[in-house]
Design a protein. Sequence first.
Length: 412
Amino acid sequence: MAGIKPFTAVRPKKEYASNVAALPYDVYNREEAKAETGKAEFSFLKIDRAETQLSDSVDTYDERVYQKAKQLYLDWKEQEIFIQDQQSCYYIYQLTMDGRKQTGIVACASVDDYLNNVIKKHENTREEKEQDRIRHVDTLSAQTGPIFLAYRSEKAINTVVAEVIESSEPIYDFTADDGVSHTVWKMDQPEQVKQIGDAFHRMDDIYIADGHHRAASAVKVSLKRREANQDFNGSEEFNYFLSVLFPDDQLMIMDYNRVVKDLNGLTKEEFLRAVGEHFTVSKLSGAESPKEKGQVTMYLDQQWYLLQASDQLLHIEDAVDSLDVSILQDYLLNPVLGIGDPRTDSRIDFVGGIRGLAELERRADSDMAVAFAMYPTSIAELFAVADAGLLMPPKSTWFEPKLRSGLFIHEI
């Protein structure tokens, strides 16, 4: 039974929404983030990555960075760039990319559901990455980046969402520079709010699609505040974290591709023979993405190849080992190229599918030697891994479009 509750969001005034909305803090390095903040006066990235507003000599994790973020947040509230709704409600957040729509519900998810595995994970988190957002959330007493959750599509929820969209005007409606449109409606009618809450309450499983580090950080701040408030009763805002929940049938996972620095001391011919032990290798006439599960396309020495996994590999039953990213890792990257741990090996890098095959060619022709284009992991595979209590390999999924930060803030 999932506890998904409405809340009183802090959010930008309508006229500032497109200026404030920013891509997640972790899609940029420091230099890129600094350049991005110069494009919009009230870009939320200035708060999410406040080191961009300080001297380059200040370390990214210096205490002054978090204090600067807090100062900016309070200043923008005082200037009424941000307002706060007075009535608890849900929000409907629709993103449109290349004509495809995905429509989610902005709400607060229960920390206890995370701890009790009603909200299921499929990815490990790293302590050093958590610490940054723990300090950010704790200093601001606010969660600023929503966690991307998924659930099995539910007719009762779809019906209410459609009613709200058809009967009310959006509070935000804009198209960002990348061409993705963002439309938001407020759901504040008591009966509709109750129907949504009841529908989620009947669910046994909800899944983290993206944002494992943000979720883990929010939970650890909650536990810290529980420790400091021994008489907490569970209703306090710090017992919940900001989320956007999407039905599984509206989600698109893109490929998450790999590039490797060298051929591990092998000649091109030796490498291709080694690949051929577990994959049928054939030349392609040009750049192509894999057409189905069990296929990988590879770019090497300005030539594209199709790698078709053997029948034996296609019949692996384990939820993790059967993933295409696992098959590539276990039967090519590790034994042939010597990439034992892709989380720590500096010889491998990962390229989101949104960058296209041209980026794989560019990398393999410049700072890398070989590139692998993957068939996307499916949402069903993600659910199967999480249901089995297992973890995916790193960089298994790339979701598009990305949720914007700054449109909804949950104060704790």
